[in-house]
Design a binder for this molecule. Sequence first.
Ligand SMILES: *Cc1c(COP(=O)(O)O)cnc(C)c1O
Length: 381
Amino acid sequence: MGYKIQTICVQGENARKEVDNTGSISFPIYQTAAYAHPAVGQSTGYDYSRLQNPTREEVERIVADLEKGIDALAFTSGMAAIAALMELFRPGDHIVATDDLYGGTIRVFDNISHKNGLHFTYVDSSNEELVEQAINSNTKAIYIETPTNPNMKVTDITKIVEIAKKHACIVIVDNTFLSPYFQNPLVLGADIVIHSGTKYLGGHNDTLAGFLVTNRYGISEQLRYIIKSTGAGLSPFDSWLILRGIKTLALRMEMHQKNALTVAKWLSKESKVVEVFYIGLPTHPSFETTLKQSKGYGGMISFRVDSEVTAIRILEKVKLIRFAESLGGVESLITYPMYQTHADLPIETRKAQGIDETLLRMSVGIEDIDDLISDLNQAIN
Ligand SMILES: *Cc1c(COP(=O)(O)O)cnc(C)c1O
Protein backbone atom coordinates (compact mmCIF):
# COMPACT_ATOMS: atom_id res chain seq x y z
CA MET A 1 0.00 0.00 0.00
CA GLY A 2 1.48 3.31 -0.87
CA TYR A 3 0.34 4.86 -4.12
CA LYS A 4 -1.70 8.05 -4.06
CA ILE A 5 -5.24 8.00 -5.37
CA GLN A 6 -4.43 9.58 -8.76
CA THR A 7 -1.98 6.74 -9.42
CA ILE A 8 -4.44 4.10 -8.24
CA CYS A 9 -7.06 5.44 -10.69
CA VAL A 10 -4.63 4.86 -13.55
CA GLN A 11 -2.85 1.68 -12.48
CA GLY A 12 -4.24 0.31 -9.22
CA GLU A 13 -2.37 -0.37 -6.01
CA ASN A 14 -0.71 -3.60 -7.05
CA ALA A 15 0.91 -4.71 -10.28
CA ARG A 16 -1.66 -5.77 -12.84
CA LYS A 17 -2.03 -9.44 -13.60
CA GLU A 18 -0.59 -9.98 -17.10
CA VAL A 19 -2.84 -12.43 -18.86
CA ASP A 20 -0.98 -12.28 -22.15
CA ASN A 21 2.62 -11.52 -23.09
CA THR A 22 2.16 -8.66 -25.57
CA GLY A 23 2.82 -5.88 -23.07
CA SER A 24 -0.38 -4.13 -24.15
CA ILE A 25 -0.73 -0.89 -22.17
CA SER A 26 -4.52 -0.79 -22.47
CA PHE A 27 -6.03 -3.81 -20.79
CA PRO A 28 -7.35 -6.21 -23.46
CA ILE A 29 -11.07 -6.82 -23.83
CA TYR A 30 -11.52 -10.56 -23.40
CA GLN A 31 -14.68 -10.83 -25.44
CA THR A 32 -15.18 -14.55 -24.94
CA ALA A 33 -17.84 -16.72 -23.35
CA ALA A 34 -15.68 -19.80 -22.78
CA TYR A 35 -12.02 -20.82 -22.46
CA ALA A 36 -10.28 -23.96 -23.76
CA HIS A 37 -8.84 -26.40 -21.26
CA PRO A 38 -5.19 -27.47 -21.73
CA ALA A 39 -5.96 -31.09 -20.76
CA VAL A 40 -8.52 -33.20 -18.97
CA GLY A 41 -8.75 -32.12 -15.37
CA GLN A 42 -6.85 -28.91 -16.05
CA SER A 43 -7.92 -25.29 -16.35
CA THR A 44 -6.13 -22.05 -17.21
CA GLY A 45 -8.02 -20.59 -14.28
CA TYR A 46 -10.65 -19.43 -16.76
CA ASP A 47 -13.56 -21.69 -17.68
CA TYR A 48 -16.59 -19.58 -18.51
CA SER A 49 -17.08 -15.80 -18.48
CA ARG A 50 -19.96 -15.82 -16.00
CA LEU A 51 -17.42 -17.19 -13.53
CA GLN A 52 -14.17 -15.51 -14.60
CA ASN A 53 -13.21 -12.88 -17.13
CA PRO A 54 -9.86 -11.08 -17.13
CA THR A 55 -11.26 -7.68 -18.17
CA ARG A 56 -13.90 -7.80 -15.45
CA GLU A 57 -11.26 -8.90 -12.93
CA GLU A 58 -9.11 -5.92 -13.90
CA VAL A 59 -11.86 -3.36 -13.23
CA GLU A 60 -12.71 -5.19 -9.99
CA ARG A 61 -9.07 -4.94 -8.88
CA ILE A 62 -8.97 -1.18 -9.51
CA VAL A 63 -12.28 -0.50 -7.75
CA ALA A 64 -11.25 -2.65 -4.74
CA ASP A 65 -8.00 -0.66 -4.51
CA LEU A 66 -9.82 2.69 -4.78
CA GLU A 67 -12.18 1.75 -1.93
CA LYS A 68 -9.44 0.04 0.16
CA GLY A 69 -11.37 -3.22 0.06
CA ILE A 70 -10.10 -6.77 -0.29
CA ASP A 71 -12.55 -7.55 -3.08
CA ALA A 72 -14.85 -5.78 -5.52
CA LEU A 73 -17.47 -7.39 -7.76
CA ALA A 74 -18.58 -5.78 -11.01
CA PHE A 75 -22.26 -6.03 -12.02
CA THR A 76 -24.25 -5.01 -15.08
CA SER A 77 -25.76 -2.03 -13.22
CA GLY A 78 -25.98 -0.50 -9.78
CA MET A 79 -29.39 -2.11 -9.32
CA ALA A 80 -28.02 -5.53 -10.31
CA ALA A 81 -25.40 -5.07 -7.59
CA ILE A 82 -28.02 -4.09 -5.01
CA ALA A 83 -30.34 -6.96 -6.01
CA ALA A 84 -27.44 -9.43 -5.68
CA LEU A 85 -26.54 -7.91 -2.32
CA MET A 86 -30.03 -8.67 -1.02
CA GLU A 87 -29.27 -12.39 -1.57
CA LEU A 88 -27.02 -12.21 1.51
CA PHE A 89 -30.18 -12.05 3.60
CA ARG A 90 -32.90 -14.56 4.52
CA PRO A 91 -36.66 -14.29 4.98
CA GLY A 92 -37.35 -12.61 8.31
CA ASP A 93 -34.21 -10.49 8.25
CA HIS A 94 -34.65 -6.81 8.93
CA ILE A 95 -32.69 -3.88 7.51
CA VAL A 96 -32.69 -0.30 8.74
CA ALA A 97 -32.25 2.05 5.81
CA THR A 98 -31.94 5.76 5.10
CA ASP A 99 -35.39 7.17 4.24
CA ASP A 100 -34.14 9.32 1.39
CA LEU A 101 -32.59 6.54 -0.76
CA TYR A 102 -32.15 6.38 -4.51
CA GLY A 103 -35.64 5.71 -5.92
CA GLY A 104 -34.65 2.46 -7.65
CA THR A 105 -33.28 1.07 -4.40
CA ILE A 106 -36.55 1.72 -2.59
CA ARG A 107 -38.39 0.02 -5.46
CA VAL A 108 -36.25 -3.13 -5.09
CA PHE A 109 -36.54 -3.16 -1.30
CA ASP A 110 -40.30 -2.62 -1.15
CA ASN A 111 -41.47 -4.58 -4.16
CA ILE A 112 -38.94 -7.38 -4.58
CA SER A 113 -36.95 -7.95 -1.39
CA HIS A 114 -40.03 -7.48 0.76
CA LYS A 115 -41.93 -10.12 -1.25
CA ASN A 116 -38.96 -12.40 -0.53
CA GLY A 117 -39.42 -11.93 3.21
CA LEU A 118 -37.10 -9.07 4.07
CA HIS A 119 -38.31 -6.20 6.22
CA PHE A 120 -37.21 -2.59 6.04
CA THR A 121 -37.53 0.36 8.34
CA TYR A 122 -36.71 3.73 6.82
CA VAL A 123 -35.38 6.47 9.06
CA ASP A 124 -33.56 9.74 8.69
CA SER A 125 -30.09 8.25 9.18
CA SER A 126 -28.53 11.67 9.68
CA ASN A 127 -30.11 11.28 13.15
CA GLU A 128 -28.27 8.30 14.74
CA GLU A 129 -30.78 7.98 17.56
CA LEU A 130 -33.53 7.18 15.06
CA VAL A 131 -31.31 4.49 13.54
CA GLU A 132 -30.63 2.85 16.87
CA GLN A 133 -34.32 2.98 17.87
CA ALA A 134 -35.29 1.19 14.65
CA ILE A 135 -33.02 -1.81 15.33
CA ASN A 136 -34.74 -5.00 16.50
CA SER A 137 -33.59 -8.55 17.23
CA ASN A 138 -33.81 -9.51 13.53
CA THR A 139 -31.85 -6.52 12.23
CA LYS A 140 -28.95 -7.72 10.12
CA ALA A 141 -27.83 -4.55 8.41
CA ILE A 142 -27.89 -0.76 8.37
CA TYR A 143 -28.07 0.49 4.80
CA ILE A 144 -27.17 4.10 4.21
CA GLU A 145 -26.64 6.49 1.39
CA THR A 146 -24.62 9.60 2.16
CA PRO A 147 -25.10 12.22 0.90
CA THR A 148 -28.67 11.36 -0.05
CA ASN A 149 -30.51 11.91 -3.25
CA PRO A 150 -32.05 14.44 -3.77
CA ASN A 151 -32.00 16.03 -0.32
CA MET A 152 -28.22 15.89 0.20
CA LYS A 153 -28.53 14.78 3.81
CA VAL A 154 -25.29 13.55 5.33
CA THR A 155 -25.02 10.57 7.68
CA ASP A 156 -22.10 10.24 10.09
CA ILE A 157 -20.65 6.90 8.96
CA THR A 158 -18.46 6.38 12.05
CA LYS A 159 -21.44 6.81 14.37
CA ILE A 160 -23.51 4.33 12.36
CA VAL A 161 -20.62 1.83 12.51
CA GLU A 162 -20.53 2.17 16.33
CA ILE A 163 -24.26 1.44 16.55
CA ALA A 164 -23.96 -1.52 14.18
CA LYS A 165 -21.14 -3.04 16.22
CA LYS A 166 -23.25 -2.85 19.37
CA HIS A 167 -26.08 -4.72 17.67
CA ALA A 168 -23.99 -7.15 15.59
CA CYS A 169 -25.19 -5.96 12.22
CA ILE A 170 -23.27 -4.96 9.13
CA VAL A 171 -23.05 -1.48 7.60
CA ILE A 172 -23.67 -1.03 3.88
CA VAL A 173 -22.95 2.35 2.26
CA ASP A 174 -24.03 3.44 -1.20
CA ASN A 175 -21.05 5.66 -2.05
CA THR A 176 -22.14 6.59 -5.59
CA PHE A 177 -22.49 10.33 -5.03
CA LEU A 178 -19.01 11.09 -3.69
CA SER A 179 -17.13 8.30 -5.47
CA PRO A 180 -14.07 6.65 -3.90
CA TYR A 181 -12.13 9.79 -4.76
CA PHE A 182 -13.88 11.76 -2.03
CA GLN A 183 -15.08 9.14 0.46
CA ASN A 184 -13.97 5.66 1.58
CA PRO A 185 -16.61 4.16 3.90
CA LEU A 186 -14.70 0.88 4.41
CA VAL A 187 -11.86 2.84 6.00
CA LEU A 188 -14.44 4.29 8.42
CA GLY A 189 -15.58 0.79 9.42
CA ALA A 190 -18.34 -0.03 6.93
CA ASP A 191 -18.53 -3.63 5.68
CA ILE A 192 -19.82 -3.20 2.13
CA VAL A 193 -19.69 -0.27 -0.29
CA ILE A 194 -21.99 0.03 -3.30
CA HIS A 195 -21.39 2.02 -6.45
CA SER A 196 -23.50 2.69 -9.43
CA GLY A 197 -20.52 2.60 -11.79
CA THR A 198 -22.82 4.21 -14.33
CA LYS A 199 -22.17 7.50 -12.57
CA TYR A 200 -18.75 8.93 -11.59
CA LEU A 201 -16.69 5.76 -12.07
CA GLY A 202 -17.73 5.44 -15.73
CA GLY A 203 -18.10 9.18 -15.91
CA HIS A 204 -19.20 9.60 -19.52
CA ASN A 205 -22.93 8.83 -19.50
CA ASP A 206 -22.26 5.95 -21.88
CA THR A 207 -22.56 2.68 -19.96
CA LEU A 208 -24.24 1.04 -16.99
CA ALA A 209 -22.29 -0.75 -14.27
CA GLY A 210 -22.48 -1.51 -10.55
CA PHE A 211 -20.02 -2.56 -7.84
CA LEU A 212 -20.02 -4.17 -4.43
CA VAL A 213 -16.79 -3.74 -2.48
CA THR A 214 -15.98 -5.35 0.85
CA ASN A 215 -13.14 -5.85 3.26
CA ARG A 216 -14.62 -8.97 4.89
CA TYR A 217 -13.44 -12.32 3.57
CA GLY A 218 -16.68 -14.09 4.54
CA ILE A 219 -18.83 -11.53 2.69
CA SER A 220 -16.55 -11.61 -0.35
CA GLU A 221 -16.90 -15.40 -0.54
CA GLN A 222 -20.70 -15.23 -0.29
CA LEU A 223 -20.94 -12.48 -2.92
CA ARG A 224 -18.66 -14.40 -5.29
CA TYR A 225 -21.00 -17.37 -4.98
CA ILE A 226 -24.03 -15.16 -5.64
CA ILE A 227 -22.58 -13.42 -8.73
CA LYS A 228 -21.49 -16.66 -10.36
CA SER A 229 -24.84 -18.30 -9.61
CA THR A 230 -27.17 -15.49 -10.58
CA GLY A 231 -25.00 -14.20 -13.41
CA ALA A 232 -25.16 -10.40 -13.45
CA GLY A 233 -21.40 -9.95 -13.94
CA LEU A 234 -20.33 -6.94 -16.02
CA SER A 235 -19.59 -7.67 -19.68
CA PRO A 236 -15.98 -7.50 -20.93
CA PHE A 237 -16.58 -4.43 -23.09
CA ASP A 238 -18.42 -2.51 -20.36
CA SER A 239 -15.68 -3.49 -17.91
CA TRP A 240 -13.19 -1.89 -20.26
CA LEU A 241 -15.28 1.29 -20.58
CA ILE A 242 -15.36 1.63 -16.80
CA LEU A 243 -11.61 0.97 -16.58
CA ARG A 244 -11.06 3.73 -19.08
CA GLY A 245 -13.41 6.08 -17.24
CA ILE A 246 -11.67 5.52 -13.90
CA LYS A 247 -8.31 6.57 -15.31
CA THR A 248 -9.53 10.21 -15.24
CA LEU A 249 -11.66 9.93 -12.08
CA ALA A 250 -9.35 12.18 -10.06
CA LEU A 251 -9.26 14.93 -12.69
CA ARG A 252 -12.98 14.77 -13.29
CA MET A 253 -13.96 14.81 -9.61
CA GLU A 254 -11.84 17.89 -8.96
CA MET A 255 -13.50 19.69 -11.87
CA HIS A 256 -17.04 18.55 -10.99
CA GLN A 257 -16.49 19.87 -7.49
CA LYS A 258 -14.95 23.17 -8.56
CA ASN A 259 -17.84 23.85 -10.95
CA ALA A 260 -20.47 22.66 -8.45
CA LEU A 261 -19.22 24.95 -5.71
CA THR A 262 -19.41 27.93 -8.08
CA VAL A 263 -22.89 26.95 -9.30
CA ALA A 264 -24.12 26.42 -5.72
CA LYS A 265 -22.86 29.85 -4.64
CA TRP A 266 -24.35 31.48 -7.74
CA LEU A 267 -27.73 29.80 -7.21
CA SER A 268 -27.76 30.91 -3.55
CA LYS A 269 -27.83 34.53 -4.67
CA GLU A 270 -30.63 34.18 -7.23
CA SER A 271 -33.97 35.64 -6.18
CA LYS A 272 -36.03 32.86 -7.77
CA VAL A 273 -34.01 30.20 -5.90
CA VAL A 274 -35.42 29.55 -2.45
CA GLU A 275 -32.99 26.96 -1.09
CA VAL A 276 -29.76 25.31 -2.26
CA PHE A 277 -28.69 21.85 -1.05
CA TYR A 278 -24.96 21.31 -1.58
CA ILE A 279 -22.77 19.63 1.02
CA GLY A 280 -19.85 21.92 0.18
CA LEU A 281 -21.61 25.06 1.43
CA PRO A 282 -20.62 25.98 5.01
CA THR A 283 -24.34 26.65 5.59
CA HIS A 284 -25.16 22.94 5.00
CA PRO A 285 -26.38 21.50 8.33
CA SER A 286 -23.85 18.64 8.20
CA PHE A 287 -20.85 20.60 6.92
CA GLU A 288 -18.77 19.56 9.97
CA THR A 289 -19.51 15.86 9.43
CA THR A 290 -18.58 16.18 5.77
CA LEU A 291 -15.24 17.78 6.66
CA LYS A 292 -14.59 14.94 9.10
CA GLN A 293 -15.43 11.97 6.89
CA SER A 294 -14.99 13.09 3.28
CA LYS A 295 -12.19 14.59 1.26
CA GLY A 296 -14.57 16.66 -0.84
CA TYR A 297 -18.14 17.55 -1.70
CA GLY A 298 -18.65 16.23 -5.20
CA GLY A 299 -20.71 17.62 -8.02
CA MET A 300 -24.36 17.10 -7.03
CA ILE A 301 -26.65 20.00 -6.15
CA SER A 302 -30.37 20.17 -5.48
CA PHE A 303 -32.27 23.42 -5.28
CA ARG A 304 -35.75 24.67 -4.64
CA VAL A 305 -37.21 27.44 -6.75
CA ASP A 306 -40.11 29.80 -6.02
CA SER A 307 -42.76 28.00 -8.07
CA GLU A 308 -43.61 25.10 -10.34
CA VAL A 309 -43.68 27.57 -13.24
CA THR A 310 -40.06 28.55 -12.63
CA ALA A 311 -39.01 24.90 -12.30
CA ILE A 312 -40.62 23.93 -15.59
CA ARG A 313 -39.21 27.01 -17.30
CA ILE A 314 -35.69 26.10 -16.24
CA LEU A 315 -36.07 22.50 -17.44
CA GLU A 316 -37.40 23.61 -20.80
CA LYS A 317 -35.05 26.55 -21.38
CA VAL A 318 -31.65 25.09 -20.53
CA LYS A 319 -29.61 24.52 -23.71
CA LEU A 320 -26.14 23.36 -22.74
CA ILE A 321 -27.36 21.63 -19.60
CA ARG A 322 -29.53 18.70 -20.66
CA PHE A 323 -32.85 17.79 -19.05
CA ALA A 324 -32.13 14.15 -18.22
CA GLU A 325 -31.91 11.70 -15.34
CA SER A 326 -28.66 10.17 -14.18
CA LEU A 327 -25.56 11.94 -12.92
CA GLY A 328 -21.83 11.76 -12.58
CA GLY A 329 -20.89 12.16 -16.24
CA VAL A 330 -18.86 14.89 -17.90
CA GLU A 331 -22.05 16.46 -19.31
CA SER A 332 -24.14 18.63 -16.98
CA LEU A 333 -27.64 17.26 -16.47
CA ILE A 334 -30.66 18.64 -14.68
CA THR A 335 -33.57 16.53 -13.51
CA TYR A 336 -36.99 16.80 -11.92
CA PRO A 337 -36.87 14.29 -9.03
CA MET A 338 -40.64 14.37 -8.46
CA TYR A 339 -41.42 13.14 -11.97
CA GLN A 340 -38.22 11.28 -12.84
CA THR A 341 -35.90 9.69 -10.30
CA HIS A 342 -38.51 9.51 -7.53
CA ALA A 343 -41.71 9.12 -9.56
CA ASP A 344 -42.43 5.66 -8.12
CA LEU A 345 -42.52 6.78 -4.51
CA PRO A 346 -45.94 7.12 -2.89
CA ILE A 347 -47.02 10.75 -3.05
CA GLU A 348 -47.10 11.13 0.77
CA THR A 349 -43.51 9.86 1.06
CA ARG A 350 -42.40 12.25 -1.65
CA LYS A 351 -44.13 15.19 0.01
CA ALA A 352 -42.75 14.29 3.44
CA GLN A 353 -39.25 14.37 1.96
CA GLY A 354 -39.82 17.68 0.23
CA ILE A 355 -39.62 16.11 -3.22
CA ASP A 356 -42.20 18.36 -4.86
CA GLU A 357 -42.75 20.39 -8.03
CA THR A 358 -40.29 23.09 -6.98
CA LEU A 359 -37.27 20.82 -6.40
CA LEU A 360 -34.64 20.37 -9.10
CA ARG A 361 -31.42 18.37 -9.06
CA MET A 362 -28.33 19.17 -11.06
CA SER A 363 -25.34 16.98 -11.82
CA VAL A 364 -22.68 19.57 -12.54
CA GLY A 365 -20.42 18.50 -15.38
CA ILE A 366 -16.94 19.57 -16.37
CA GLU A 367 -17.84 22.16 -19.01
CA ASP A 368 -16.51 25.71 -18.74
CA ILE A 369 -18.04 27.32 -15.66
CA ASP A 370 -18.93 30.60 -17.40
CA ASP A 371 -20.89 28.71 -20.04
CA LEU A 372 -22.75 26.76 -17.35
CA ILE A 373 -23.66 29.88 -15.37
CA SER A 374 -24.85 31.79 -18.42
CA ASP A 375 -27.01 28.83 -19.45
CA LEU A 376 -28.58 28.71 -15.98
CA ASN A 377 -28.95 32.48 -15.96
CA GLN A 378 -30.87 32.63 -19.25
CA ALA A 379 -33.09 29.74 -18.09
CA ILE A 380 -33.91 31.15 -14.65
CA ASN A 381 -34.25 34.86 -15.48
C1 LIG B 1 -27.98 5.41 -10.20
C2 LIG B 1 -27.90 4.97 -8.77
C3 LIG B 1 -28.14 3.64 -8.41
C4 LIG B 1 -28.53 2.60 -9.43
O1 LIG B 1 -27.54 2.36 -10.35
P1 LIG B 1 -27.82 1.94 -11.89
O2 LIG B 1 -26.44 1.83 -12.42
O3 LIG B 1 -28.64 3.02 -12.50
O4 LIG B 1 -28.55 0.64 -11.86
C5 LIG B 1 -28.01 3.30 -7.08
N1 LIG B 1 -27.67 4.22 -6.15
C6 LIG B 1 -27.46 5.51 -6.46
C7 LIG B 1 -27.11 6.48 -5.38
C8 LIG B 1 -27.56 5.93 -7.78
O5 LIG B 1 -27.36 7.21 -8.08
